[in-house]
Design a protein around this ligand. Structure first.
Ligand code: SAM
Length: 220
């Protein structure tokens, strides 16, 4: 059984032929996608040999090994064949941005790119939008005490317009008005309050933006 975070990643993937899971580790995500016929074939990629061995073992147990290709690679460096979808999840912003930037040409032609960063979501969104990756969907999940945001993007030719609320809250998430979103905004508010206290400041633009969206939910 996949954890809640991986279950939400699955929900963002449209059925397709080939998906690459970059930094797959145990291979649980592609195994689930293959077993449920959401994808036909998987490229299981990891920079380290040991996680890849564990993915190979798990795909054998799940009897989906014949539909998998295993690649030891830093992102797409050692895998230049076309894929329909790519997932990069469970890593920090710097690693995700580096993986995309070093193979921009290849990421530009992938139909579905699903990203889940453990750090600096605002920097990730700024990186994506300035590189013309349009944020087409965002999902929010709380697993135990942790919030996770999953971002789906696709490259488009035109330069994209965005403001601070798109970076700090998210162009899709900022329209959500449910209880989970309220809890998430409260957590962002608490974190930012700690930051400005440390800097001995009265307030910040970020806190004002978060408060605006908290007020919208409370009055809706
Ligand atoms: C924390 S695990 C995440 C596993 C899975 N994607 C998930 O979300 O549960 C991160 C994995 O990414 C791999 N990794 C780190 N940097 C990478 C890179 N540049 N290219 C490919 N894999 C990488 C690590 O070896 C590790 O197995």
């Amino acid at each position: 059984m996949l954890n809640l975070r991986l279950q939400h990643i699955v929900k963002m993937i449209q059925p397709c032929d080939v998906l690459i899971d970059i930094g797959s580790d145990h291979g649980f995500l592609p195994i689930h996608l293959l077993k449920n016929r959401i994808i036909q074939r998987a490229v299981i990629c990891d920079i380290n040999a040991q996680p890849l061995q564990s993915a190979i073992k798990n795909t054998r147990i799940a009897q989906v090994e014949d539909r998998c290709t295993f690649v030891q690679s830093n992102g797409l460096r050692n895998h230049q064949e076309a894929v329909d979808a790519a997932v990069i999840a469970g890593m920090g912003y710097e690693t995700i941005a580096q993986i995309i930037e070093q193979d921009l040409k290849h990421f530009r032609v992938i139909d579905q790119i699903i990203l889940q960063s453990n750090t600096h979501l605002d920097k990730l969104r700024a990186f994506l939008l300035t590189h013309k990756f349009k944020i087409i969907d965002e999902s929010l999940v709380k697993d135990r005490k942790h919030f996770y945001v999953i971002i789906k993007v696709r490259y488009q030719e035109e330069l994209l317009e965005f403001d601070e609320s798109d970076l700090w809250i998210g162009p899709v998430l900022k329209h959500r008005k449910d209880d989970l979103m309220f809890q998430y905004l409260m957590q962002l508010h608490r974190t930012e309050t700690k930051v400005i206290k440390g800097q001995k400041k009265e307030s910040s633009k970020k806190i004002q933006v978060i408060q605006t969206y908290l007020d919208i939910i409370q009055t809706s």
